[in-house]
Design a protein around this ligand. Structure first.
Ligand SMILES: Cc1ncc(C[n+]2csc(CCOP(=O)(O)OP(=O)(O)O)c2C)c(N)n1
Ligand SMILES: [Mg+2]
Length: 287
């Protein structure tokens, strides 16, 4: 990204955006009384780095041809993406009140056909990277310099289709494709390490021909440092992956330390505590 702002200044913007994304996610969780709040909190810094710093898009025109494509393959993370899209001006903040209700454009798992900013319909895991490969190839054939990002989870690295797509991307030298993996060490049935071990993850991506980075996914400055190395819009290099270690529930200690944190049920009285803890933990920095 060409900018005269220092990385520290950009990181401050990302940190502030991530904080608002977390508040939006808590709000949507409260509307439903439950949900994948922990994932949204954990991924907020990554989503903020993407939408507040990396992605090229027009908030008023989600189908703008020259946009970068951000594919959320983990449908259940939609709550986090809606929060980021609201922060980015693609979805009106007031519309978050409708999250998960009938007739809403913001169902619990986003729909490409009617959710603004949602490039693919999620739900069935392990398909995002396959679609991203096709999109990246298609954009390159058209001479476009748009980039394709695929946000995927560590649980999705258990899917064979992810690795078929990884091979395809390297074979076609899709340098315009970046995978961003939320390594929160968790999946539906428990810790990823216990369900199906995928470490050492970097070695696997490298073996599949990807240029690989690994950072603390809750550290905006580190995220931007990695994204700066990745960003060259070179459509003919190896595909690149950023493996991000994150913590479920990040920013809200009550949720960070909760057992059964894949799909959280949060008591009515706890939402206010969550909001207070989130606000108390923020350093107050802003754009
Ligand atoms: C193909 C497929 N298999 C199973 C599921 C059911 N499922 C929904 S979320 C989830 C956990 C996937 O791991 P991850 O995304 O890492 O979980 P999280 O970090 O959100 O706890 C599973 C198995 C699914 N949606 N799609
Ligand atoms: Mg996970």
């Amino acid at each position: 990204m060409t900018t005269t702002r220092t990385r520290a200044e950009r990181a401050a913007t990302v940190r502030a955006a991530a904080h608002r994304i977390r508040h939006h996610a808590l709000h949507m969780g409260e509307v439903q009384g439950q949900g994948y709040v922990g994932q949204a909190l954990g991924a907020a810094d990554i989503l903020a780095a993407l939408y507040a710093d990396q992605l090229r898009f027009e908030p008023a025109d989600p189908h703008w041809e020259k946009r970068d494509r951000m594919l959320l393959s983990t449908g259940h993370y939609a709550i986090g993406l809606y929060a980021a899209l609201a922060e980015a001006g693609v979805i009106p903040v007031e519309e978050l009140d409708t999250y998960g209700s009938d007739e809403s454009r913001l169902p619990m798992s986003g729909m490409a056909s009617y959710t603004p900013g949602m490039e693919i319909s999620g739900g069935s895991l392990g398909h995002g990277l396959t679609v991203a490969v096709g999109m990246a190839l298609g954009l390159r054939h058209r001479g476009s310099d748009s980039r394709v990002f695929n946000f995927l989870s560590d649980g999705e690295l258990n899917e064979g289709s992810t690795w078929e797509a990884a091979m395809g991307a390297a074979s076609h030298r899709l340098g315009n494709l970046t995978a961003v993996v939320d390594m929160n060490a968790l999946q539906a049935d428990g810790p990823t390490a216990d369900v199906l071990r995928i470490e050492p993850a970097e070695a696997k991506w490298e073996a599949f021909g990807w240029r690989t980075f690994r950072v603390d996914g809750n550290d905006p400055e580190g995220l931007l440092a990695a994204f700066d190395e990745i960003d060259d819009r070179a459509a003919d290099g190896p595909p690149q992956v950023l493996v991000c270690d994150t913590r479920v529930g990040r920013g809200v200690p009550l949720l960070e330390h909760r057992e059964k944190n894949h799909f959280m049920r949060i008591d009515e009285h706890e939402w206010a505590i969550c909001r207070e803890q989130l606000t108390a933990g923020h350093d107050g920095g802003d754009r």
